[in-house]
Design a protein around this ligand. Sequence first.
Ligand SMILES: Cc1cc2nc3c(=O)[nH]c(=O)nc-3n(C[C@H](O)[C@H](O)[C@H](O)COP(=O)(O)OP(=O)(O)OC[C@H]3O[C@@H](n4cnc5c(N)ncnc54)[C@H](O)[C@@H]3O)c2cc1C
Length: 472
Amino acid sequence: MSSRQTQAIHVIGGGLAGSEAAWQIASAGVPVVLHEMRPVRSTDVHKTGDFAELVCSNSFRSDDRENNAVGLLHEEMRRLNSLVMQAADANQVPAGGALAVDRDGFSNAITQALTAHSLIEVSREEVELPPPDWDSVIVATGPLTSPALADAIGRITGDSALAFFDAIAPIVHRDSIDMEVAWFQSRYDKVGPGGSGADYINCPMDRAQYEAFVAALVSGDKTSFHDWEKTTPYFDGCLPIEVMAERGAETLRHGPMKPFGLTNSHKPQEKAYAVVQLRQDNKLGTLFNMVGFQTKLKHGEQTRVFRTIPGLERAEFARLGGLHRNTFLNSPKLLDHELRLAAMPRLRFAGQITGCEGYVESAAIGLLAGRFAAAERRGEPVSLPPRTTAHGALLAYITGDHVEMAESGRTSYQPMNVNFGLFPPLASVPNKHPDGTRLRGPDKTVAKRRAISARALADLSQWIDGARLAAE
Ligand SMILES: Cc1cc2nc3c(=O)[nH]c(=O)nc-3n(C[C@H](O)[C@H](O)[C@H](O)COP(=O)(O)OP(=O)(O)OC[C@H]3O[C@@H](n4cnc5c(N)ncnc54)[C@H](O)[C@@H]3O)c2cc1C
């Protein structure tokens, strides 16, 4: 049967996960219809009609494939023909050891690749309920799934979705930052793959300035919650800056405002008590985002309080911070190992709605969902990535066995970034340097991470070879 005669797979949502899923399906020779509601209908945070729009930070985090689990996930995705990684690599901006992208260049590249593919049809519409004649569907509608579809999913799953709050950080115009006060430097001068060692703008604070700043955050006017929102918890990885400040006077100095590994080039003798870092947000280098400054302060308060930061007294904000609600499935209970809804297997889920966390993880789960759906459509066996790979570890976390909590009857499942803790232990842990001397302390951790990464990439190669043979 030719590709054109094969029935199309429907992907709902053209975000990070849906774009990657559609690309993988089409790359396997299977037609796909990609349904995206923007720009006909938008969400509270998206600004464009482009595919794979990055709604907050422009960072894909560490690109270190040997020592960092998300860096390893990047590398695996590259080897699996990921469109998201191709577009990210082509639109990289300097960010020390991190992979950060020009957000417009990135989503334009994805939009062009998808719309130009002969097997991808784009349908700009909100899907409220997948019709019964769509026999293979990937739902990748993200944390801001439209209410009608969220209700429909709730009815199908019979399980109320969990919800929590995430917050976004402000973006500042570079030319409004006072560089007589602030200076360029990456922490510990780390160069990283796309960086120079001086990629961040740093704003120093002395002790009095820091204490006044923390007090202003704590007393600042915040966005109020609706009644139904009051019991919604925060996701710990994305706490608003003022919530961190409320946890103790020193919390920020040991978190996003830590002064370590930085020397003020204007006053090398003076050690800053705390430092606010800003990271390049676009290729032109005209916009910088405030690292770790997600906030639910009211907009007027943000401008007032953030302009007390030395160097930002005249800051012009391209975007202020904000809050959003997140929705995700109780995936370990509801999805099978191929990401299909047990109660309705024609529906697969991908991206943040499955409860993974982050751009890269969402795209990676989209990649898997796309491959699984395409293999199923082609009548090939669906093979799961080995648990020892970053993809396999993340998939196992999402669909795996979690402890049920006695009080609610729900599982202990909470959104999670990829991390080495999700990988199965090594059969033998390296304990010696190549010269035979014993590994100690941090060297041991580094050796262990490198061994996990090397095992992952070797097992991934075998999995890719196996899939290639099955498709021949
Ligand atoms: C405010 C905010 C800030 C965030 N900050 C970060 C961050 O800094 N770093 C990070 O790594 N992650 C961040 N995240 C998480 C980030 O959104 C996700 O990691 C990632 O975008 C999820 O990818 P996705 O494809 O699952 O969803 P999305 O990228 O949101 O894509 C879902 C798509 O589905 C579309 N859609 C929704 N409902 C329908 C429907 N019924 N019919 C058709 N189309 C529909 C939407 O328009 C959207 O394009 C943030 C999320 C939010 C909401």
